[in-house]
Design a protein. Structure first.
Length: 110
């Protein structure tokens, strides 16, 4: 078995701190941040809480999007489709016409 030469002391002064710094940087880059960080606030469509129909043929869910906006999605399993659950613009207009104030189609209070 060949002998391995030890690293000179002068080289250790430079290699070890750089290796430690590189590992620390890598660990920090790969570690997930806390849930309340700005990065977490930019994650959208990360949860689906399906509301199933009685016959289990379709379901709907809400997507929380950027800046507090929302979309409602209807998934029909028999047809294999995914589409808006309803016309948000039309519903918002109807609510405004009925006297409900501050309604926006992409921020419906549902």
């Amino acid at each position: 078995m060949p002998k391995v030469k030890p690293v000179k002391k002068s080289c250790r002064k430079f290699i070890i701190p750089k290796a430690v710094a590189a590992l620390a940087t890598l660990a920090a880059a790969l570690s997930p941040g806390p849930a309340g960080t700005a990065d977490a606030a930019r994650v959208y469509r990360d949860r689906v809480n399906p509301q199933w129909a009685i016959d289990n043929s379709h379901f709907w869910y809400r997507n929380d999007l950027a800046q507090g906006t929302r979309e409602f999605v209807l998934v029909d399993l028999k047809k294999g489709t995914r589409e808006p659950a309803f016309d948000g613009e039309r519903l918002a207009r109807a609510l405004l016409d009925a006297g409900v104030k501050g309604i926006e189609a992409d921020r419906l209070p549902l």
